[in-house]
Design a protein around this ligand. Sequence first.
Ligand SMILES: Nc1ncnc2c1ncn2[C@@H]1O[C@H](COP(=O)(O)OP(=O)(O)OP(=O)(O)O)[C@@H](O)[C@H]1O
Ligand SMILES: Nc1ccn([C@H]2C[C@H](O)[C@@H](COP(=O)(O)O)O2)c(=O)n1
Length: 228
Amino acid sequence: MSDTVDSVIVAIDGPSGTGKSSTSKAVAAKLGLSYLDTGAQYRAITWWMITNGIDVDDAAAVADASGKPVIVSGTDPSHPTITVDGVDASGPIRTQEVTSKVSAVSAVPEVRTRITGLQRSIAAAAPHGIVVEGRDIGTTVLPDADLKIFLTASPEARAARRAGELKGADVSATREALVRRDAADSTRKTSPLAKADDAVEVDTTELTLQQVVECVVTLVEERRAAAQ
Ligand SMILES: Nc1ncnc2c1ncn2[C@@H]1O[C@H](COP(=O)(O)OP(=O)(O)OP(=O)(O)O)[C@@H](O)[C@H]1O
Ligand SMILES: Nc1ccn([C@H]2C[C@H](O)[C@@H](COP(=O)(O)O)O2)c(=O)n1
């Protein structure tokens, strides 16, 4: 367990639409922990590249600019925030343009080094522990996390969930887009989307969000009890 009594670090990874954000926020709120959405940070740096006219397919240009934006993440699970150079970026980072370009930007090693450092310092500063969600948290960012979870779900279930959010979106086009993004995220050279060897895999296809949250909370409580 982390050095403070009862402090706990939880890493939640998995492909798009498996329920990482919803689960992580709810688990953090229930347990009084901080919460960090690392995908939002990669989206934020992607948005900055786009708004500053950087060609996201030019890895050298992205690498050169990667140290410039100031990205600040708020870690209250009931009100997570993200700013870039002091500007609220929570809306702009969810556009289709950012979603379609974030895999290219997040594959650049200099971007990952910068964002990984930010993530580690946020986790180290969390007063009661933190739930950190992403793609490489258990494998690379926080390899000593007290609990690692790898969420999965069928592409069909994930597409239906996403299409439900984006009212009127075509489910098969949504499925294709998320499978394409997972493939890019899983095959990049630097810290790809992967399950850590010691992660607990939870298939959420047939589970409600509440069931997934209960499952993770129980796992955290078991780890805490075992550490006492
Ligand atoms: N177990 C579940 N059953 C049904 N719907 C769910 C479940 N978990 C999450 N959802 C819904 O699926 C959608 C995607 O969930 P969420 O944003 O948490 O996934 P994610 O893994 O963080 O996705 P991404 O990596 O793309 O950010 C949301 O609308 C959420 O409410
Ligand atoms: N730890 C992480 C988190 C996210 N990314 C990249 C890859 C994703 O496609 C993108 C957006 O994430 P989302 O908001 O969909 O969770 O960010 C990553 O490389 N590593």
